[in-house]
Design a protein around this ligand. Structure first.
Ligand code: BG6
Length: 490
């Protein structure tokens, strides 16, 4: 598909996101010839930066973070020529009129006709301010061209602040031009969930409470808060991971087939799931990481700019249900946390046991299990029962395992590549619509409310699977957490 010309304007160009994700993603898109022919990037930051410094920044970030190494034969100069830097203090309201002139100049140079993607890679307190200035200075609604805005998470702190923020952004941009990022939706296997479900006779007929016993969704990490103390003190795992990534994956797993594959039809179905989600106070567990047994790693409370008596959760496990005909009675167990034993993201679908006849009369057989692996492996694993090889009649679990990214040299695109590409072509399917954000906050806010004022938080040692309460949550239902990650994870 040929993309229309445009300028990508990155607010927050000296920040972590731009370095780790945006520059490398642009580099890979460029190498794969997926950028518009007429295209430029304006990086905006508060600090002074000479053209040489900007080039060093971009080159450094490609070297460190790009999924494909920079090759000697590739003419990086042509790539770097697309970038320029503009210094702006976002609070300086006098700085926006000159910015407008600067961007118009760039339009003439690149032939981009006023089409813009404004990427707000800044801390959330600037979202509304920048959006308002873009509006005031006529940079967000230019006739005969399009302007889109990309907003990073967190989209608000709770429902009330999310509504305020949304109103602010909506004053400037129409809903169809607002791209709220949830980078999990850009991951290969997240995009694959719908295909696996709706393109296979094998799965969809069984995808309901008649055949599925329960579903587990784990997004676990080994890292701690990594210098993001102040942000994390406000967010905690509930707002950092559950409100967005986990609920989005859950919605894709549980939604009804959409009437069509267009953006709005898919989002309509996801919202219905989020609206029907239920949880009880007994169904939620939180925890916070302490040191590891060898005392080498800091406890959360010892991290930089974290309160020494903080009760912010770095771990959440919960049991949710979905009040509809398809899912009534099927528990969805979710867990996420930092400083756990492995970094992996997986969705485990455990099917019901067969009735106690035939092979099930006197043997306990394993259930069929389907695993959608999101990270580090990308693929699908299916476990079923078969006769053991040889003369015995023993039945054993066997598996079929499909791994996307295991083949040599196969390096799946980073989520941000797909997301940036989609913004430029105007496809918002992999971004969250306002009502999805709204219902996710409603779900999360009630849990935050239950925790308010409670200063008791279980502390778990770094490097384990979270607090014992998390195992108990499943043990009460006669179940346990499962994980299938190959090679023990990363
Ligand atoms: C981000 C969270 O949205 O997702 C981080 O803010 C978290 O705290 C990260 O580490 C996890 O993403 P991924 O792609 O590494 O699983």
């Amino acid at each position: 598909m040929k993309l229309e010309p445009c300028i990508l304007v990155i607010f927050g160009a000296t920040g972590d996101l731009t370095h780790r994700k945006l520059y490398p993603a642009l580099y890979n898109l460029w190498r794969e010839k997926l950028l518009p022919e007429r295209f430029g990037v304006v990086s905006i930051g508060r600090r002074e930066k000479t053209p040489a410094e900007l080039r060093a920044d971009i080159t450094g970030s490609i070297e460190r973070f790009s999924r494909t190494p920079h090759l000697a034969g590739v003419d990086l100069e042509r790539f770097l020529a697309m970038f320029s830097y503009y210094r702006l203090d976002f609070n300086d309201l006098d700085g926006y009129a000159p910015l407008k002139r600067y961007l118009s100049e760039k339009d003439k140079i690149y032939g981009t006709a006023g089409n813009r993607v404004y990427f707000l890679a800044v801390s959330p307190e600037y979202f509304a301010l920048i959006a308002r200035q873009l509006h005031t200075h006529g940079m967000a609604s230019q006739k005969g061209s399009w302007q889109r805005v990309v907003v990073e998470k967190p989209f608000g702190q709770d429902l009330t602040t999310a509504i305020e923020l949304n109103n602010d952004v909506r004053r400037t941009f129409q809903e169809r031009n607002i791209y709220r990022i949830d980078h999990y939706l850009g991951k290969e296997m997240a995009q694959n969930i719908m295909v696996i479900r709706f393109a296979n006779t094998l799965f969809e007929p069984l995808w309901n409470n008649r055949y599925i016993d329960h579903i587990q969704l784990s997004l676990t990490e080994t890292v701690g808060v990594e210098g993001r103390g102040p942000y994390y003190e406000q967010a905690g795992a509930l707002r950092d991971m559950v409100q967005n990534h986990m609920l989005q994956l859950l919605a894709l797993i549980a939604m009804e087939p959409p009437v069509a594959l267009d953006t709005e039809s898919i989002r309509d179905e996801k919202v219905k799931v989020l609206r029907s989600l239920k949880v009880t106070p007994e169904g939620v567990v939180r925890g916070q990481y302490g040191r590891d047994p060898a005392q080498r790693l800091k406890a959360y409370r010892e991290e930089d700019r974290v309160a020494p008596n903080s009760v912010v959760e770095t771990f959440v496990a919960l049991k949710a249900t979905i009040d509809n005909f398809r899912w009534a009675g099927v528990p969805f167990y979710l867990r996420t946390g930092k400083r756990l034993m492995r970094k992996y993201s997986e969705i485990v679908i455990q099917f019901k046991k067969l009735p106690g006849v035939l092979y099930f009369e006197d043997t306990r057989l394993d259930s069929n299990i389907l695993v959608i692996r999101v990270h580090p492996d990308e693929g699908v694993y299916l476990q079923f029962n078969a006769k053991q090889l040889g003369t015995t009649s023993m039945i054993v679990p066997v598996s079929m395992d499909f791994c996307h990214n295991c083949a040599d040299g196969l390096n799946s695109p980073e989520a941000y590549e797909r997301l940036l590409y989609d913004v430029m072509r105007g496809d918002s399917t992999l971004f969250t619509r306002w009502d999805e954000v709204e219902y996710s906050w409603r779900f999360v806010d009630q849990i935050a409310q239950w925790w308010r004022g409670d200063r008791n938080i279980p502390i778990y040692p770094s490097g384990f699977w979270g607090p014992p309460e998390s195992d108990l949550l499943l043990a009460k239902d006669g179940r346990r957490w499962l994980y299938f990650v190959r090679n023990g994870g990363s």
